[in-house]
Design a protein around this ligand. Structure first.
Ligand SMILES: NC(=O)c1ccc[n+]([C@@H]2O[C@H](COP(=O)([O-])OP(=O)(O)OC[C@H]3O[C@@H](n4cnc5c(N)ncnc54)[C@H](OP(=O)(O)O)[C@@H]3O)[C@@H](O)[C@H]2O)c1
Length: 283
């Protein structure tokens, strides 16, 4: 199949190109080639490549930045998604799109299911929810994948931030009152390929297996990266004074994904270890 990957220079997008490119004819486009907030750009890009499917990994992902740049954030995460869905509908292509655990308020206390009520508590979550709605309203042949706590070999992410911080600091303060499922973008790209192969449509939750706090995640990163002599101190979210609120519990149930694919995602610890080994091997 011909697949257009939007946002291929991003963290997830770069892994999508690698994984989907092993079986499909792929083309990547990013800021340099088009602006997702322009409906005309989306139509033009689809017209040039004529894909059977578009995988959209473009997003405004600065969660705190969204609080002060509401308009720009909605332009990309909501209007942009509608533009992609409309262009796909006109071209007869399927659209695959990603959303986030932050569409939920984090009060459920057990893993969120695909049809649980969305109640975002920050602007990023609101904009991503609007994008979900725009996609579902505009295009029947869509696959919406909600995921969480992404990290990967490319792009800015928590794993890299922790490893960079320990170079200067002997003590790290990390929140222990938010829990979720860290997810390796390479695993998410593999899961996307599988869902595409099975021609799944509708909404699926996909994360690596298991749950931890950011504090536990940070400790595991240091353990697997064999960094010694650093103290990790658990703190509360309120101590960070961040602009955006975060859900306290944003675990997504993978049950629907497992039923559809007969596959389970790897435990987050295994995926993290793999990512760090690959980063080490690359140097
Ligand atoms: N990161 C997470 O923890 C997380 C968690 C849950 C869900 N998600 C979702 O997963 C998906 C992938 O996230 P990611 O972290 O891989 O994103 P990312 O690394 O921030 O990549 C997004 C890409 O989109 C590009 N882009 C931004 N605005 C654009 C525009 N107007 N037109 C065209 N391209 C534009 C960016 O270019 P520039 O870099 O030049 O701006 C970047 O290459 C997103 O839908 C995100 O909401 C992410």
């Amino acid at each position: 199949m011909r697949i257009l990957v939007m946002g291929h220079r991003g963290m997830l997008g770069s892994d999508l190109i690698e994984i989907l490119g092993r079986e499909h004819e792929v083309l990547g486009v990013d800021m340099a080639e088009f602006d997702i907030t322009s409906a005309a750009d989306c139509v033009r890009i689809l017209g040039e490549f004529r894909p059977g499917a578009v995988v959209n990994a473009v997003a405004y992902t600065d969660v705190d930045g969204c609080e002060t740049n509401r308009e720009a954030c909605f332009a990309v995460n909501a209007v942009g998604v509608r533009n992609v869905a409309e262009a796909c509908r006109a071209a007869g292509a399927k659209a695959v799109h990603y959303s986030t655990d932050y569409v939920f308020d984090g009060t459920k206390g057990e893993p969120y299911l695909e049809d649980d009520v969305c109640r975002p508590i920050n602007v990023y979550g609101e904009s991503k929810r609007k994008g979900e709605e725009a996609l579902a309203e505009t295009l029947e042949r869509h696959l919406l994948i909600r995921t969480a706590w992404l990290y990967g070999r490319g792009g800015k992410n928590f794993v890299k931030a922790i490893l960079a911080k320990v170079k200067d600091e002997g003590t790290l303060r990390v929140v222990d009152d938010q829990v979720g499922s860290p997810t390796f973008t390479l695993d998410l790209a593999q899961a996307t390929k599988l869902l595409l192969k099975l021609d799944c449509t509708g909404t699926y939750h996909v994360t690596n297996r298991g749950v931890c706090s950011w504090y536990e995640f940070a400790r595991r990163i240091l353990e697997y990266a064999q960094v010694a002599g650093v103290t990790v101190v658990p703190i509360k979210s309120g101590e960070l004074n961040r602009k955006a609120a975060r859900p306290a519990y944003s675990v997504l149930s993978n049950r629907k994904f497992m039923e559809a694919t007969k596959k389970a995602m790897r435990p987050w610890q295994v995926a993290l270890n793999d990512c760090l080994s690959q980063m080490r091997a690359k140097g």
